[in-house]
Each structure stands twice: as structure tokens, then as C-alpha cells.
Design a binder for this molecule. Structure first.
Ligand code: ADP
Ligand code: MG
Length: 387
């Protein structure tokens, strides 16, 4: 895999696929972690006199322009961090033609074009052709998207000389410590709400991790599979059978579930602690309870390697942040090499006041990091291996 240090980039038009998929709040960037993580590559390129074209996606606009998903707030924040205004190109070809060495321009949300995420190779290829025409070199730095076979991630890499950016390099180096020569015990902590995206990973993690702690909405299919009552908790019914079979396949005690949760009828209401398998019918579990948090913390304390993806509760609301807080605290107190993955998990630790530096490595990718530690081939990385 070539890196940007292998190229003489002065004067070249360099298309950087970044991951700038950040949470917005009222039209402003709520957590700029992914923007900051993109800075080393962008500044290295501009400092060396490249003409930099940054492209990225934001959310799921569904293949058509939608102002709610404009990258404008991201361009504004990137400009603040770079100390120089960043323009969002309305006419990419003209904007690139006007770029001077050391200059930088951003393209609008790639997912405004349905071809970006199309399953159809030809459609994606046509969009990739357009992107490739803008540049002389492609740089893959959007780690959070490298597991997607998308036009800007995969197809365009095959059409241009290509290199990995510093973020992708750092991510791969850190996550490879969770695939080979793993220091044990290896504890995986899973949570969050994007259960469908993450569910398959459990089958593979059962074969590599010594212990899997499951909180967040991820816990409900497992609690339901054991016959627990989960009330109105976030639950995808089709996952209950799969959860049951994971529980059957796991060694005794290998999968650890919450024993208590904080439940409420609505998010706005203050919660009460209830048994995890007896959530009242009109209530939903919004955080792991104190007993579970203590048990999870004890498992974490004995670990030498940890992977954590997904908050333990709705950490955005103070009454439901305790579980996530306890897990973060236990990880910091352990001697383990820890990788924290997932956009919201990274945002959670920062929102709770833990600096990234207190963790071994904070990955910018949720799905991508989960796929990498399962040893899967990721399209965006595989494309970099092609000559
Ligand atoms: P990541 O981005 O780190 O991979 P996810 O996107 O899967 O994490 O999930 C993050 C979201 O999960 C947060 O917004 C949080 O509010 C939500 N969440 C956590 N626990 C629960 C729960 N018990 N019920 C509903 N949502 C939850
Ligand atoms: Mg998320």
C-alpha cells in the first residue's frame, strides 16, 4: 500500500476521499472529531504544494440533493481548523481549474448522486469517471467509509494512481493489533443503536474475543432471546433468533448481558432501575443499570486488549449517560491496549470529557473498524493494493 509520502505531489491535483460524516446540531458541527482526524493528510498535501480536492459524504440523503445534508457546515468548520476559508464547489471542474498549488476545495455531499452508493458497477463507474477526471492522484483517507464499495471509495481508486492517507495508515496499524498476536484476555464491548449493521460481527467475535460485553440497544435481542421482557425497547424482532444462536455457540459466560437497565416510558422522562429481563411493558431500556455497569467494569479491569464500539445507553441525555461513563472510566483505569470505534462512541467519550489520548486508539470508523477486526477484505483498502 503506497502512502502520500511515496508521491511528489507538488502541483498535482489530489482527490482526497475523507470521512467527514459528523453529527450536526442545528446546522452546526456537534463533534468535529472526524474533521480533526482528516487534518494531518490535508495539511501535508497543501504544504507540499498539492492542489487538494476533498470529497466526502454526510448522512443518508438518498441519492438526491437535500440541503439538510449539505457539507456546508463541515466546510465552514474545516476552514476554521485550517485557518483558511474552504469553499464548497458548485461547479467542481471550474473550481478545480481555479485551484492554485497549496489550495483546497471541497465537493458537495457525494451521496447527492445516487451513483455513489449504487449496486450497479456501470452506474458507479460512470460517477467514478467524473471524479477521476478532476484529479491526478487519489488519496484514500476516509477510514469510516473504506468498507463500502462506493464510487468515491472503490471505483475511483482503480482509475487513478492511489495512496493511503495518514489516517487510513494509522487506523490499519492500530486495528491490526486486534487481528494478530492479540494480548489476552481480549474483551469486546458492544452497544449503540445501529444493531443491524453490527450484528453479524458477533459470530466472528465469538471465535476471537475471550469475552463480549453487550449493552446499548444491542442487548435487547439477546435479552429477548433468553425470554426476557424488553418492553418498548429498540428491538428488531428478526434478530432475536440470531441472538439465541450466538448465545448457544458462545462459551458459558463468554457473552455478558446487562442484568439491570434504566428504563422510562419516554426519553424525556427520568428513568428507573429495573431488572433487564423484566422491563415494564410500556417502558424502554435507555441505559445499562448500575449493577451491570459495575460488572462490565470488573470484566474490563482484567483485560489486556479491548475493542469498544457503541455507547451503553442514550448518552446524549444525562440520565442515560452513566453506563457509557462507567465503561469509559474502567477502560482508562485498565492496562489494556484499547481501540474505541464508532462515530457516536468517539463523540460520547469526548462529550463526557475524556480526551482521546486517554485511550490506546480512537478509531474514526464504526462499521469499518468492526469489519477490519473480523479479518474481512474492505473494498477501499483492497483497491489500494491494486497497481
Ligand atoms: P457508533 O456510531 O459508535 O457505532 P451507533 O451509531 O450504533 O454507535 O449508536 C449510537 C447511538 O446509540 C447513540 O445515539 C445512543 O443514543 C444510542 N443508544 C444507545 N443505547 C440505546 C438504547 N438502549 N436505546 C436506544 N438508543 C440507544
Ligand atoms: Mg453511529
Amino acid at each position: 500500500m503506497k502512502t502520500i509520502d511515496d508521491f511528489e505531489v507538488a502541483g498535482l491535483r489530489v482527490l482526497v476521499r475523507a470521512d467527514l460524516n459528523v453529527p450536526l446540531d442545528g446546522g452546526r458541527v456537534a463533534d468535529d472529531g472526524r474533521i480533526r482526524a482528516s487534518l494531518p493528510t490535508l495539511t501535508a498535501l497543501t504544504t507540499r504544494g498539492a492542489r487538494v480536492i476533498v470529497c466526502a459524504h454526510l448522512g443518508r440523503p438518498g441519492g438526491k440533493p437535500d440541503p439538510r445534508y449539505s457539507l456546508a457546515p463541515v466546510a465552514a468548520r474545516l476552514g476554521e481548523l485550517l485557518g483558511d476559508r474552504v469553499d464548497l464547489a458548485t461547479d467542481p471542474a471550474a473550481a478545480v481549474a481555479a485551484l492554485r498549488p497549496g489550495g483546497l476545495v471541497m465537493l458537495e455531499n457525494l451521496r447527492f448522486n445516487a451513483a455513489e452508493t449504487s449496486q450497479d458497477d456501470v452506474q458507479r463507474g460512470l460517477f467514478a469517471d467524473q471524479l477521476a477526471e478532476l484529479a491526478d492522484l487519489y488519496v484514500a483517507d476516509g477510514f469510516g467509509a473504506v468498507h463500502r464499495k462506493h464510487a468515491s471509495v472503490y471505483d475511483v481508486a482503480l482509475r487513478l494512481p492511489h495512496a493511503a492517507g495518514y489516517l487510513v495508515q494509522a487506523e490499519v496499524a492500530a486495528l491490526s493489533r486486534l487481528t494478530a498476536d492479540i494480548r489476552r484476555p481480549y474483551v469486546v464491548v458492544l452497544g449503540g443503536a445501529k444493531v443491524a449493521d453490527k450484528f453479524d460481527a458477533i459470530g466472528s467475535l465469538i471465535t476471537t474475543a475471550d469475552r463480549i460485553l453487550i449493552g446499548g440497544a444491542m442487548a435487547f435481542p439477546f435479552l429477548a432471546a433468553r425470554g426476557g421482557k424488553v418492553g418498548t425497547s429498540l428491538l428488531e424482532a428478526d434478530q432475536v433468533d440470531a441472538a439465541g444462536s450466538y448465545l448457544d455457540r458462545a462459551a458459558p459466560g463468554q457473552i455478558e448481558l446487562p442484568s439491570d437497565v434504566i428504563a422510562a416510558a419516554q426519553r424525556a422522562a427520568p428513568g428507573q432501575v429495573v431488572a433487564a429481563d423484566a422491563i415494564p411493558a410500556d417502558q424502554m431500556g435507555l441505559d445499562i443499570g448500575p449493577e451491570s455497569a459495575a460488572r462490565f467494569a470488573a470484566s474490563i479491569a482484567g483485560a489486556r486488549t479491548i475493542f469498544w464500539n457503541g455507547p451503553m445507553g442514550v448518552f446524549e441525555l444525562a440520565p442515560y449517560a452513566g453506563g457509557t461513563q462507567a465503561v469509559a472510566q474502567a477502560i482508562i483505569g485498565s492496562d489494556a491496549f484499547t481501540v474505541v470505534g464508532g462515530g457516536d462512541t468517539g463523540a460520547a467519550i469526548r462529550a463526557l470529557g475524556f480526551p482521546d489520548a486517554r485511550f490506546g486508539y480512537v478509531s474514526t470508523g464504526g462499521g469499518a473498524s468492526l469489519e477490519l477486526i473480523q479479518g474481512k477484505t474492505l473494498p477501499g483498502l483492497a483497491a489500494l493494493e491494486e497497481s
